[in-house]
Write a protein that binds this ligand. Structure first.
Ligand code: SAM
Length: 206
């Protein structure tokens, strides 16, 4: 698959499990009918309700940052189309994904179910405060932009767990990784990115 080499390997994605998952998951099943021809293009695409499915490279980079080995429980905030959740489901034991827009969550649930993903649960709610019922998580991935790292998400990480989240103003953010080490949270700031806003109690106001 040329797009894997051109968009992912050429930009530094090295984790072979992530590359294999990106090869396996049929991205064209997660985009709208009118944009299916662009499903593997190097860009984000509209998925309705003013929301987007992230660019393939960004999905791969954020997934790789979680360093999954296969036994983890992962929280995915901002289900959208369900594509990111499917990638995570290929790489972890259990995925809980949460979306604030019920229509998007319903469509994603049906899509993931019809594709045979049995280790993903799609919930409706405000993921800016995480989902405490199933915490702690070995990995938390937030696919929407937050003004700061939500405290609730940090505290729902397992010891050794990793959180990846775009942090910054609406027009430009930086991917931020938080690693939990006991009671310490070690934060590092990485590449620039642009995501739709995380709207909720620990994100942006509505
Ligand atoms: N990961 C998605 C995919 O693979 O298609 C793309 C996510 S899209 C860039 C961001 C999503 O976050 C939108 O669907 C939006 O409705 C959702 N969102 C925004 N704020 C949220 C919140 N507080 N809790 C849950 N979802 C939220």
């Amino acid at each position: 698959m040329a797009w894997i080499d051109d968009q992912l390997v050429a930009r530094g994605i090295r984790d072979t499990r992530v590359l294999d998952a990106m090869r396996r998951v049929p991205r064209h099943e997660f985009v709208e009918h009118e944009t299916q021809g662009l499903a593997y293009a190097d860009r984000a695409l509209p998925i309705g309700d003013g929301q987007t499915i992230s660019q393939p490279y960004m999905v791969a980079a954020m997934t790789e940052a979680l360093r999954l080995h296969g036994r983890e429980r992962v929280l995915d905030v901002g289900t959208g189309s369900g594509y990111q959740a499917a990638i995570l489901a290929e790489l972890a034991r259990e995925v809980v994904t949460i979306e604030r827009r019920p229509e998007l969550a319903d469509a994603a649930r049906k899509r993931l179910d019809s594709l045979g993903y049995r280790n993903v649960r799609v919930l409706v709610g405000d993921g800016s405060v995480g989902y405490v019922d199933d915490a702690p998580y070995d990995g938390i991935l937030v696919a929407a932009a937050s003004p700061r790292v939500p405290e609730s998400l940090k505290h729902q990480l397992a010891d050794g767990g990793r959180l990846v989240i775009p942090v910054g103003p609406p027009d430009q953010q930086r991917l931020t990784i938080v690693c939990r080490d006991g009671d310490r949270f070690v934060e590092s700031v990485h590449e620039g990115c642009v995501f739709v806003p995380l709207v909720g109690a620990e994100g942006w106001p509505e």
